[in-house]
Every structure is written in C-alpha cells, then in structure tokens.
Design a protein around this ligand. Sequence first.
Ligand code: ATR
Length: 289
Amino acid sequence: MNISGKTKICGLIGDPVEHTMSPVMHNAAFDKLSLDYAYLPFRVKPEELPQAVSGLKALNATGFNVTIPHKVAVIPLLDELDPLAEKIGAVNTVVNDNGVLKGYNTDASGFLQALLEREVEPKSMNIVLLGAGGAARAIAYILSEWNARLTILNRREELDWAKAIAANIRKDLGKDIEVFELLPAHLAAALEPADILVNATSVGMSPNSGISPVPAQLMKSGLVVVDIVYNPVRTKLLQDAAAAGAVTVEGLDMLVWQGALAFEKWTGKKPPFDLMKEVALSELEKNEK
Ligand code: ATR
C-alpha cells in the first residue's frame, strides 16, 4: 500500500478493535483493485464518540465502519440515515458525502446477501431465529421485510427483548412474530415446520466452540442453517447441521458481505468478495493462535 497525498481514508470505530478482520479485508480489496484508499482501526471510548465522529468528518474521511459498542449511539451524530438502518436502529457503515455523514446497516443486508448468494430466498419461509440481541434485531427486520414467517426463541425468561423486536416489526410492517423461551420443547416444536434456522446468539463461539444452541437430533435435511458466529468458521451447530444433510451458511459469509457492501458504498466498485473472504479467513486463523 502506498499512501500519497491523494489517499482516501476509511476506518473502523469501536472498542475493542484489536481482533477486527476489517482492515485486512478492505486494504486487500483496495490493493487488488488498485484503489488509492487506506483503512485504519480506531479504538474510541464511548465518551469520546462525538469527537471521533466529528473528527473523521473534519479530516474528510471517505467513510467508516462502526462496531460494538457504538452502533446505536452513533445515530444522533449522523446527518442522514438510510431507511433500513433507521428502522433497525443501528448503523455499522457511514459514508461521508462531501461533509454529509449518512448511516447504513450492512450487517442486515450482508446477512440477506449471504442467503441470496446460496440461492436461499427467505420469502414466505418459516424461520426460527435464536437470540434477541442487536444482531437478531437486524436479522428479524430484514427477514420480515422479505415476508418471512418468524419465530424468535430467547433464553431470557422475561422475553422482553424478543417482544420488543416483535412489537417494532408489528408497528412498522404489520407482521406478527411468535416469541418463545429457548427451551428444548419449544425448539423442537418450532423446528418442525421450519425452513431456515438462524443462530443469532453467541453460543458456540470460541473458546466455547464445543457447544451448540440446538440438540443435534433436531437437525434435518432440507433445513437451511445459518450461524452468525464466525469464530470458529465451522461451529458445532453447522457441523451437526451438515451431518444431518442440512444446507449450512457460515457466519464468515455474513461478515465478509457486510464488509463488501460497505466497500461498494465507499468506492462505487464491485467488491472482490472471494479475496476478502480469503484474507479474513487467514486473519481469523492467525488470531486463533
Ligand atoms: P449481539 O449484538 O451480537 O446480538 P447481544 O446484543 O449481547 O449481542 O445479544 C446476544 C444474544 O445472545 C442475546 O439474545 C442472548 O440471550 P439473552 O437475551 O438471554 O441474554 C443470547 N445468548 C447469549 N448467550 C446465550 C446462551 N448461553 N444461551 C442462549 N442465548 C444466549
């Protein structure tokens, strides 16, 4: 990478940022397309978020990603919001259009793209979604926009997060979502008619990679199983799913798609998806050591 006086700056704001795959993915993609851009990680404490955002604008950055814990807090600091990001209530990508900062949510559109790429169309499908956190909220919204029928299973007995997701979607899209506690009996009943299962919890993430949120005997062929966990790449859930003949979609695909869609917004170029995936994978392997 050659930094010149013309180099355009992109980056990531979050805390922590040490383990992010984004700099290697984006810088490799810029290089591959011979684009004079550079992508940098910025660790930003919550109390310094306003200064960081106005600083990036003042420095004329082309755009930036936003990660934990800033995805919601960044919204009032932006000038414009894409309707999908507004409805979800979270932003992971910002574009600086001549001093106008516009927020997008490519986590949700990246999730959708990972499905569509595998020729899985969520339209009218029965979907079981595990979890009711930030990731689940974005996924529930985009799936509902696609007219999927959703059941959310959440560990919290109160079901307050899941109910809030359902109420929001009911209000915006007029669609009903069923909500149950994440118990084996509910899981078995919900999976019976299911076409797609999505794990949007952190269960199975390294170092707890030996566990799955779903008993292996509930897996069936014909089911599409999507895991948002990308570390390890082949989670126990995905291994059990594949062993039962289910179609699997890796969290790494979603991760790379959210980056690829951000890349496209900043550069206007078609992202080199395969290369971005390859470098993200080798970075993941490095981090594991
Ligand atoms: P993210 O932004 O990645 O979605 P989050 O907002 O902290 O992270 O949400 C994590 C989700 O994973 C929550 O729904 C959480 O369940 P609770 O609502 O019960 O806390 C879910 N989760 C985390 N660990 C879990 C576990 N061991 N079993 C079931 N669900 C779990």
